[in-house]
Write a protein that binds this ligand. Structure first.
Ligand code: GDP
Ligand code: MN
Length: 395
């Protein structure tokens, strides 16, 4: 699960990380009030208005703007709230901006001594350790840096058993070329960031840019967090931060039925039990010249209800030209799945696209019989190859 910048910054602040302070607003009036309040609290003269969407690249897409007066705050807020923001991470359709963050301008008074770093903590699944990734070349072009000059990105492996050690924090501050007050602040920054990452069970906690301000303060200007869904049950306060308007509506609907669904670009809908089998099914579809429209794992207990919910979700996608249901009867019996498919098919009614059902495992033959005798326009197959060939025929 992802959360917004303002939510991630609140987590950082709780762990003692200095942040670019800000207040959220959903209307231009709220934005002006927020700007006034920030001025009182921080003394800031200028403000930065930042669109709150779950995607990066906002700066380049027009989602981060500097305001030098309250009139400008109102004007920029007017244009930003409700806009469809397109960045290189949103896809061409963009994301609707519901909320903005009115933040203090921390770059004032200008560039002298100002530096933008990159810092992220993430899980390295290969080593089973956490990695602090960091670079002197932070800011809006970090993808270019990773692409063209990867040697400018440093990595520090942290043993989860010990946490980040003081010498590692010093090494990082040193590699960033810091000295004096900024050096000291950076060691604290890294340690607090690491603590924040661990405490929320994040799989990624990324700050880009980390700013060394003109007064040598080190602070988080941006924050991006990926939370581990499997650990969310331990953090009801984080689970409550979920913003469904940022998520794919179909994926949210699938989640309600305990279906694992991921939308893809092709035209063959698939419904499979088991993630491994789902991957194999997508491979077979590709091999036979088709293109999967989705990944859908109905899990272990494929019954009439899950099959119906799955079929409904798949058929909601206008791109779908055929549906392949591929179920392995291990614990669940194929004839029961077949009965579920027939029931769901009848219930949904008026299905225009061909549905191919491939059942293998316990009572596969009986399952095929149920399908073939149903009188519906459902085609059955027992081998996966057979199923793929039928798909190829029909799309
Ligand atoms: P992103 O583009 O989605 O990563 O959004 P960021 O929060 O990282 O902001 C993008 C860029 O806006 C930063 O890299 C800065 O260059 C700029 N920016 C952010 N905060 C301020 C600020 O307080 N003052 C000024 N002048 N620029 C800022
Ligand atoms: Mn950023």
């Amino acid at each position: 699960m992802n959360i917004h910048e303002y939510q991630a910054k609140a987590i950082l602040k709780k762990h003692g990380v200095t942040i670019q302070e800000g207040i959220t607003a959903s209307t231009p009036n709220e934005a002006v009030d927020a700007a006034k309040k920030l001025q009182e609290e921080t003394g800031t003269q200028w403000w930065v208005l930042k669109a709150q969407i779950h995607a990066g690249g906002r700066g380049k897409g027009g989602g981060v703007k500097l305001a030098k007066s309250l009139e400008e705050v109102a004007k920029i807020a007017e244009g930003m709230i409700g806009m469809q923001l397109v960045t290189h991470q949103t896809g061409p359709e963009g994301r609707k901006v519901h909320k903005i963050l009115v933040a203090q301008d921390v770059y004032y008074p200008g560039p002298s001594g100002k530096m933008e770093f990159y810092m992220g903590v993430l899980l390295n699944r290969q080593t089973g350790k956490n990695t602090v990734m960091y670079s002197t070349e932070g800011g809006v072009d970090i993808e270019d840096v990773a692409d063209k000059t990867p040697e400018l990105i440093f990595k520090e492996e942290v043993d989860p058993a010990t946490g980040i050690l003081p010498f590692q924090a010093r090494k990082i501050a040193f590699n960033l070329g810091l000295s004096g007050q900024a050096f000291k602040q950076m060691t604290r920054f890294v340690q607090s960031l690491y603590e924040a990452y661990v405490s929320v069970d994040a799989s990624l906690f990324e700050i880009n840019p980390v700013l060394k301000a003109t007064d040598d303060k080190i602070l988080a200007v941006d924050a991006k967090v990926g939370l581990d869904d499997n650990a969310l049950f331990r953090h009801p306060e984080l689970a409550a931060m979920r913003d469904l308007s940022e998520e794919d509506a179909t994926e949210v609907e699938a989640g309600k039925h305990n279906l694992n669904f991921v939308k893809l670009d092709g035209n063959v809908g698939c419904m499979v039990n088991g993630a491994g089998l789902a991957m194999a099914t997508m491979d077979i579809i590709k091999l036979s010249g088709g293109d999967p429209a989705n990944f859908l794992d109905v899990g272990g207990g494929a019954n009439a209800q899950t099959v119906e919910a799955g079929l409904r979700i798949i058929l909601d996608d206008p791109a779908v030209k055929a549906v392949l249901i591929n179920v392995f009867g291990g614990i669940v019996r194929c004839d029961r799945v077949a009965a579920g498919v027939v029931e769901a098919y009848k219930k949904l009614g008026n299905i225009q696209v061909p549905v191919i059902v491939r059942l293998q495992g316990t009572n596969a033959e009986e399952g095929k019989e149920v399908i073939d005798n149903s009188g519906l326009k459902v085609r059955s197959a027992i081998s996966l190859k057979e199923a793929a060939d039928i798909v190829k025929e029909v799309v």
